[in-house]
Design a protein around this ligand. Structure first.
Ligand code: ADP
Length: 245
């Protein structure tokens, strides 16, 4: 049986006259790798931001299991168990990789102190996560010295620091070289096998179709199709949205 974790009901958000998200009702499958796709400007980012509390929707509801999290502050949504990455990586460029992972759960100044103290539980966990994403050798490097793909892995280590049940990734493969895309995909698969639910916004169709269990397609601010990759790929509404026919 499919269980629903995160869900949106009748969600809408307009910017002036533009209805970026327009009465969207979406259910994400618990324990699965969900993908959110759609043509440019179809409202994916705005939807993502409404769900994670970065912007407040005009109307509609966002629920996480039994809890109504509509319009709650991002840190409260994070505390409820939903972690997220950012399209253009949120890292502190002049802090080391280790400090960055610590800063995901501590104020940056405290993260610096902790990293230099070396013996706290948080530091051990941050190291373990750097190792998990495969960049433990870069622990003492400033984040700005890392490649863009490595920075994405660093950001993911930071997201994992709060041990979220559900992880939302905004374009994890965008601007990343193919070898690292494969590494990120393998990581998502293994974390999913351990029980983490994923929601991935991604343009790389090959990756979406090979990685996800459940694909949600957006067009003009709302869900137009949802299902397993093989079904969604054949849906005439999806072909129409992408090809404009
Ligand atoms: P996607 O992520 O699918 O490309 P977006 O959510 O970024 O779509 O955008 C949906 C629509 O909302 C677009 O027409 C975009 O121009 C508009 N939009 C998004 N953010 C803003 C904003 N902050 N101000 C005005 N219009 C916006």
């Amino acid at each position: 049986m499919t269980r629903i974790g995160l869900a949106a009901t009748g969600l809408s958000k307009a910017f002036g006259g533009v209805r970026a998200v327009d009465d969207a009702t979406v259910e994400f499958h618990h324990g699965k790798i969900n993908a959110l796709i759609g043509p440019n400007g179809s409202g994916k980012t705005t939807f993502f931001n409404c769900v994670t509390g970065m912007i407040k929707p005009d109307s509609g509801r966002v629920t996480y299991y039994d809890a109504d999290i509509t319009g709650k502050a991002p840190h409260r949504i994070a505390r409820a168990g939903v972690g997220r990455s950012f399209q253009l990586c949120r890292i502190f460029p002049r802090m080391t990789a280790l400090e960055n992972v610590l800063a995901a759960v501590r104020p940056p100044s405290r993260a610096r102190l902790l990293a230099s103290a070396h013996h706290r539980g948080d530091v051990a966990r941050a190291r373990e996560l750097l190792s998990r994403v495969g960049i433990e050798h870069l622990e003492s490097s400033e984040a700005r010295a890392l490649s863009y793909g490595q920075q994405k892995l660093l950001e993911l280590a930071g997201v994992l620091m709060a041990d979220p049940d559900t992880i939302m990734l905004d374009e994890p493969a965008g601007g990343v070289n193919p070898a690292l895309i494969e590494r990120i995909a393998a990581l998502v698969r293994s974390l999913n096998a351990e029980g983490k639910t994923f929601i991935v916004v991604e343009h790389n169709m090959e990756l979406v179709m090979s990685l996800s269990d459940h694909v949600i397609v957006f067009d003009r601010g709302t869900q137009i199709s949802a299902g397993p990759p093989s079904v969604v790929q054949q849906d005439p509404r999806v072909l129409e949205a992408y090809l404009g026919i």
